[in-house]
Design a protein around this ligand. Structure first.
Ligand code: ADP
Length: 681
């Protein structure tokens, strides 16, 4: 028997491995099984080129559990004593401390960087043995043993079979790895698609109500996963089945894309567009990343463009540097090329479905939309491709490409300044009456009710030339698209004021809601009262909800316009009745106000052209007193209007109807409305 020291420059490598790599202890199994698979594939290669002339035989890699040990066995190339010395004993470990400090939270980085794969066994084992016999003719079998100190022993032994057994004596803190279920789930996670069959014990059967082992190996992996096969040999059902195996709980996918490149990098894989039941369900980290069929990670950010991390499936590439930090990944030129390639592939595939089977594309649009919108918003090159197959849906559910829609509305929805107005609604039911009004006018209304539509609208306004998006309820129908300057058939100022004061006094107090009241001549067949919300303010508030740094707008109250239709019979009646009832109170107040105003104007005229210091305090006080007087009278007048309005049930009723139509009539106010309605009937 020989003894020796493991050639690391840092004496205490094992405590370091244990201490720093704690978060990822489980990967020891991946490392050992991958090594066994590598050794087996090397043997296969040697056999195929005639360098190994012996019997290849069964090449299954076996993982077995005993009372205190885990053993990983292969029938690969094995190791000679010299090779153990070279590959296992002498680990180059320069600058270890610095490196460990930097990557102490990232076990993958250390392990891959230093070829410490095998040594990861010491994260869970107090003693490790390598029992191995090289494939070389006449090789002497050896047993290497190490108890976690930098000392090891190596001795000659008898071993019938070629290949290597790695035996782990599991330490007390790692007993969990002696449980069958735990190992089983780890094998499933890391080894499901390794290219050599992996057996974990024997298959079990039910016999007489008990589980018994059969003679058949329990193979845990699919060594020829779908993505490694030729697309031309595969049927739709194969792709669907593979998807079900990967994501048993998910609905059938919408589409898939089989990726296969050899140059200038290696990449295979299958990406699926999942069917999302609701937007909340959108899940990142569903794509699994493999390197030569070894599972690496399910966080692919930085490798695929952000919007594609919403897809499902697998990517396999030995060309992605797996053991470096994420920020490094993003600047790696291979990774950049891969990302560009995937974007292009995805858009090509969508484009081809759109072209060849538009009906199917439209049917799936609702599910696809979130991916495509996300891509267009975040990735310029994707927008340039997607603008040709991205769809608009109108309020009746009809789909158009951007170009088709532009053609459809160009003639009828261009305003007097030549701006093309895209009308949209974001809630079919809530904005029903506005949508109807627009349709009656021959306009088309888009339905923009997706999660990303607010942001999309802003982007499209910048992309489309001379175009604006306006929500159907942002103004009265005649003002949505202004085709010519108004003739100016408005109400006299005093009547405007009276109407506005009467209605204002009866508006319910709503929290963080403000109303601006105007009277407009909208034709006798339009609604008497309408509520609109300015597109600009509403959008600012919407953006504030989804974007940081805009809380200023978020804090502002909601501003609505209450538009009174002065052409409508009911409004005319209110006005006539108000004049009749209030004349005797209002007229004297108004007369007084006019006098105050006249006097004030005279004073102001006199002061005109004078410098501040030339105006006497007396004169100044006089103006102030008149201002105050005027305000008092104005308040008195408003009170008179309010007193009248409180008795006029029609005013309240009209306001409530407008609120109701906008879903703003709630609680007690709604209750009062119902009561009043019954009384009026
Ligand atoms: P890496 O696999 O990254 O090279 P490891 O520490 O995992 O680093 O392994 C070091 C070397 O030991 C391998 O390169 C290989 O030559 C050898 N080795 C490890 N496991 C086996 C095995 N099961 N059969 C044959 N050789 C092995």
């Amino acid at each position: 028997m020989q003894k020796g020291n493991i050639g690391v420059t840092t004496e205490n490598i094992f405590p370091v491995i244990k201490k720093f790599l704690y978060s990822d202890h489980e990967i020891f199994l991946r490392e050992l099984v991958s090594n066994a698979v590598d050794a087996t594939q090397k043997l296969k290669t040697l056999a195929s080129i005639g360098e190994f002339k012996g019997e290849v035989g069964d090449l299954t890699v076996r993982v077995s559990l005993e009372k205190d040990t885990i053993t990983v066995s292969d029938r690969g190339i094995g190791l000679t004593a010299e090779e153990i010395d070279k590959y296992i004993n002498q680990i180059a470990f320069s600058g270890a401390n610095d490196f460990l400090e930097k990557y102490k939270n990232d076990a993958n980085a250390i392990i891959g960087h230093f070829g410490l794969g095998f040594y990861s066994a010491f994260m869970v084992a107090k003693k490790v043995e390598i029992i191995t016999k090289s494939h070389k003719e006449g090789a002497q079998a050896v047993k290497w043993s190490c108890d976690g100190s930098p000392e090891f022993t190596i001795e000659n032994i008898d071993k019938a079979d070629r290949g290597t057994d790695i035996v782990l004596y599991i330490d007390d803190e790692s007993k969990e790895f002696l449980e069958e279920a735990r190992i089983s789930s780890l094998l499933k996670k890391y080894c499901s698609f390794l290219p050599i069959p992996i057996a974990f014990g024997k298959k079990k059967d039910w016999k007489d109500g008990k589980q018994v082992e059969t003679d058949e190996d329990n193979i845990i992996n699919d060594s020829n996963p779908l993505w490694t096969l030729k697309p031309s040999d595969l049927k739709d059902e194969d792709y669907k089945k593979f998807y079900r195996d990967l994501y048993p709980m998910s609905d059938e996918p919408l589409f898939w894309i089989h990726l296969n490149v050899d140059y200038p990098f290696h990449l295979t894989g299958i990406l699926y567009f999942p069917k999302v039941k609701s937007n909340i369900e959108l899940n990142k980290n569903k794509i699994q990343l493999y390197s030569n069929q070894v599972y690496v990670t399910d966080s692919v950010e930085g490798i695929v463009p952000d919007f594609l991390t919403l897809l499902h499936g697998v990517l396999d590439s030995p060309d992605i540097p797996l053991n470096v930090s994420r920020s490094y990944l993003q600047s790696d030129s291979n990774v950049k090329k891969i990302s560009t390639y995937i974007t292009k592939k995805v858009s090509d595939r969508l484009q081809s479905i759109f072209k060849n089977d538009r009906k199917q594309f439209e049917e799936k649009w609702n599910d696809l939309k979130i991916f495509i919108n996300y891509g267009m918003l975040t990735q310029e090159d994707f927008y340039d491709r997607a603008k040709d197959f991205s769809l608009f849906t109108d309020a009746d559910g009809k789909c158009y490409t951007f170009e088709e829609y532009n053609k459809l509305i160009k003639d009828n929805q261009t305003d007097k300044d030549g701006t093309l107005i895209y009308l949209y609604a974001n809630h079919k039911d809530e904005q029903f009456s506005y949508i109807e009004a627009a349709k009656n006018k021959g306009y088309s209304v888009l339905l923009m009710d997706g999660q990303l539509d607010i942001a999309l609208v802003s982007m499209l306004e910048q992309k489309f030339e001379k175009s604006r998006f306006t929500r159907v309820d942002s103004d009265v129908i005649d003002n949505l698209i202004i085709k010519e300057d108004k003739k100016g058939e408005t109400l006299e100022a005093s009547k405007q004021e009276a109407l506005s004061a009467v209605f204002k006094s009866q508006l319910p107090k709503l929290e963080k809601v403000e109303f601006n009241i105007t009277a407009q001549a909208l034709g006798e067949n339009s609604s008497p009262v309408m509520i609109t919300q300015s597109e600009y303010m509403r959008r600012m508030k919407e953006m504030a909800n989804i974007q940081a740094g805009m809380s200023f707008y978020g804090e502002m109250p909601d501003m609505f316009n209450l538009v009174l239709n002065s052409d409508h019979k009911l409004i005319k009646e209110v006005l006539a009745d108000e004049e009749k009832e209030c004349e005797h109170v209002i007229a004297p107040i108004q007369k007084e106000m006019n006098e105050v105003d006249k006097h004030r104007n005279e004073l102001k005229d006199k002061q005109k052209g004078k410098k501040d210091e030339e105006i006497s305090t007396g004169e100044r006080d006089e103006v102030n007193t008149l201002d105050k007087k005027w305000e008092e009278l104005k308040t008195k007048k408003d009170e008179a209007f309010a007193e009248y309005a409180a008795k006029n049930k029609v005013v309240r009723q009209l306001i409530d109807l407008a609120l109701l139509q906008n879903g703003m009539l709630k609680g007690e106010a709604l209750n009062n409305f119902v009561k009043r309605s019954i009384e009026l009937i």
